[in-house]
Design a protein around this ligand. Structure first.
Ligand code: GH3
Ligand code: MG
Ligand code: MG
Length: 381
């Protein structure tokens, strides 16, 4: 094959159509409003051509450059790998038979690396055996062109794979954009969920969330006759603490108190800030006597804590009011004949009257008694 003649023919046919090739860029003549203007296009793709035969290399460069592709030649496998990793090409035309390392091995190395694995590789080889073609596809080639090749065939296949690659890249970018968007949405939704359920200052449940969860747990406890205790806590003379140490110190005390309470409750107990300096807890599966021990531990911990806020040692006390779900434990879940229908009915009526509001009111009454009994104490109703 007379390569120089081929190249000249390709150039001639290109110039006949009004286009010119200038050093890697693609000069296109256009006519707008009767005036000829030259448009220099960006390369339509970046192709690495690997062939140890200089004539083949020159011919392929000429064919591809003429179509506006930016072409990088690599006359050996080693240079091909070096070139591919330094600037990622959009496509690789790869000769199979080369000294030292053949095209298959080059392709395998590219496919093994995350950076280069998705670059389409077209084998271009004089080997025409089906086993070799199959091997090429098995190791990840997208196409196979046999030598001697036609310029039109090279261009048709390269154009197809370049445009497939572009579509694939666009899709990948779109998927990435959507993933980022979804992450953003998730973060925003989480933020609003937190805002809707958490107390802004202490991070514990806010009143609404606490009440919602408490309603659920109360109905579960009633259904399964499980014990449950409600606790209402209020900081003693908090107004005075604010007046003495400042509102910010007061805020810090609210945060510290929340931590102290959480430290003394079990993970599945409910806890929330239901008012300015009022916190509530719902102790699940907990009888009055057990809850009393927890309440006393919290009261004592708070009383004994000395919080250092703005270089000042501050302490406070709390009063606690408690109420329980009265489930009449001795009679329940017994298939015993002595447990009369009347007892059953009484128990049902009793449970129905024990709404969350009723429990809270009772705990509130107990808290009122604790305050009027000198504060820093626990009262039950
Ligand atoms: P008692 O022992 O009877 O409960 O007295 P008290 O002073 O704690 O109760 P009172 O209801 O008179 O005052 C509550 C104070 O709590 C007044 C209010 O400014 C303060 N407070 C409410 N919310 C916050 C808050 O978010 N931060 C701070 N620093 N103070 C708060
Ligand atoms: Mg108070
Ligand atoms: Mg109060």
């Amino acid at each position: 094959m007379d390569n120089q003649k081929d190249i000249n023919q390709i150039k001639d046919s290109y110039q006949l159509s009004g286009n010119h090739f200038i050093s890697g860029n693609f000069l296109k003549k256009s006519r707008i409003d009767g005036t000829d203007i030259n448009i220099i296009s960006q390369p339509v793709g970046n192709i690495l051509v690997v062939d140890d035969n200089p004539q083949n290399l020159r011919l392929l460069i000429a064919i591809l450059s003429m179509s506006g592709y930016k072409v990088r030649p690599a006359p050996s496998a080693a240079l091909a790998l070096q070139s591919a990793f330094s600037i990622l090409p959009d496509l690789i035309l790869l000769d199979i038979m080369m000294p030292e390392m053949d095209g298959y091995e080059v392709c395998q190395k590219l496919k093994e690396n995350e950076l280069t694995s998705s670059i389409p590789v077209i084998f271009i080889s004089a080997i025409d055996a089906i086993q070799d073609k199959l091997k090429a596809f098995q190791i990840g080639a997208v196409d196979y062109i046999t030598k001697p090749f036609q310029a039109e065939e090279i261009l048709a296949r390269v154009n197809t794979h370049i445009s497939l690659r572009k579509t694939q890249k666009l899709l990948e970018e779109e998927i990435e954009r959507r993933k980022e968007y979804e992450e953003e949405l998730k973060a925003i939704s989480l933020k609003y969920q937190k805002m809707a359920t958490q107390d802004y200052l202490t991070g514990v449940s806010n009143r609404r969330h606490f009440m919602e969860r408490a309603e659920e747990e109360l109905s579960r406890a009633k259904r399964y006759n499980h014990p449950l205790t409600f606790m209402m806590m209020d900081i003693d003379h908090f107004k005075k603490i604010n007046d003495t140490y400042g509102h910010q110190a007061g805020d810090q005390i609210l945060k510290n108190l929340a931590v102290t309470c959480l430290d003394n409750l079990r993970l599945h107990d409910l806890f929330g800030r239901i008012g300015g300096e009022e916190f509530s807890a719902l102790l699940l599966e907990t009888s009055f006597s057990e809850a009393l021990l927890v309440a006393e531990r919290i009261r004592k911990n708070v009383e004994e804590s000395l919080w250092h806020i703005d270089n000042k040692a501050v302490n406070c006390t709390i009063s606690i009011g408690m109420s329980e779900l009265n489930i009449n434990m001795e009679h329940l879940n017994k298939n015993d004949d002595s447990f009369s229908t009347k007892d059953n009915l009484l128990n049902a009526v009793n449970k129905d009257s024990q709404t969350l509001d009723a429990l809270m009111n009772k705990a509130d009454e107990a808290l009122y008694i604790a305050k009027s009994s000198g504060r820093n104490c626990i009262k039950c109703r």
